[in-house]
Ligand binder design. Structure first.
Ligand code: PDD
Length: 286
């Protein structure tokens, strides 16, 4: 069975699913997206993803592409048509199609909506987590609003590619003051020698990760110590543990930073435990 995508009201085979050449997403990166985990047939943390989508759209003054209530129905229909059990759902909304002109189209046009799914073998993530990943630090050269989940991901793409060329699976973005903001496609965490878990506070310099928010719920439920604050690359290299979170990585232990082993160079115990417990607290909707 081929993959089915939703594009502006139609369910189509992938190779027939197209958007217009003057879509503002294509020309200006003028749009936003969400990536949502699908676990054992259920969408994970759909409520938080849709709330963030709404916020991203509102920051860019793009209208919701469908009436309230219709979007969850479309998401489920794409999942059903693809018979997906484990993987990801990708949702993208752009400002729509208009002759190329920087200012917003006036009168406004209908936003474009694309929804796709991708099946992933969940054992792949488990195997990767058992080994842990390497991260490479890169300067954070993004614009000043990475809190908006825009499709304009060029700095993230370049950082991830540069990390790959150094044998690492993720890039950690470092600001002008030597502080780690987040990963190219994940939030960054460390655990210090007193077992305090540390992650960047929510502000305009990072994306407010859905996995991050759910992990904070789990950390609170487990009574673990947490500090939401900035940490430096030097502090990370001296940490007992490090890990990243994201819809595609869940909780993924980091075992080296720029080639320096983190702790004993093996996946941290806390990170491993949080990974195992994650789906107990994440909200499932099917
Ligand atoms: N990225 N920070 C950045 C820059 C991200 O791109 C992502 C997610 C996260 C984690 O957010 P969440 O927990 O809501 O997935 C943090 C997705 C997975 C992507 O671009 O593929």
């Amino acid at each position: 069975m081929g993959r089915i995508a939703y594009v502006n009201g139609s369910y189509l085979p992938h190779n027939e699913a197209t958007v217009h050449i003057e879509d503002r997403g294509y020309q200006f990166g003028d749009g936003v997206y969400e990536v949502c985990e699908i676990h054992r047939g259920a969408l994970i943390d759909e409520g938080r993803h849709l709330a963030r989508l709404k916020r991203s759209l509102s920051e860019l003054q793009i209208a919701m592409p469908l009436a309230e209530g219709a979007l969850p129905i479309v998401l489920r229909e794409v999942m059903r048509r693809n018979r997906i059990k484990d993987g990801y759902l990708y949702l993208q909304v752009t400002r729509g199609v208009a002759p190329r002109e920087h200012c917003f189209p006036a009168p406004s046009v209908r936003p474009s909506l694309v929804v796709t799914t991708r099946a992933i073998d969940p054992n792949k993530g488990t195997t990767l987590a058992a080994a842990g990943i390497a991260v490479a630090s890169m300067p954070d050269i993004r614009w000043k609003r990475p809190d908006i989940k825009t499709i304009g991901l060029l700095p993230n793409v370049l950082a991830r590619q540069a990390a790959k060329e150094r044998g690492a699976q993720e890039a950690w973005l470092v600001d002008a003051e030597g502080m780690v903001t987040e990963g190219a496609a994940s939030n960054a965490w460390i655990v210090n020698s007193e077992n305090v878990i540390i992650t960047h506070q929510i502000d305009n310099t990072i994306l407010s990760g859905v996995t991050r928010a759910t992990l904070l719920d789990l950390i609170a439920a487990e009574g673990l110590r947490i500090e939401e604050r900035r940490f430096s690359l030097a502090e990370a290299k001296a940490a007992r543990e490090a890990f990243v979170t994201g819809a595609t990585s869940l909780v993924m232990p980091v075992v080296t930073i720029d080639g320096t082993p983190v702790g004993n160079g093996h996946p941290g115990l806390l990170a491993q435990r949080l990974r195992v417990l994650f789906h107990n607290v994440a909200k499932r909707s099917s």
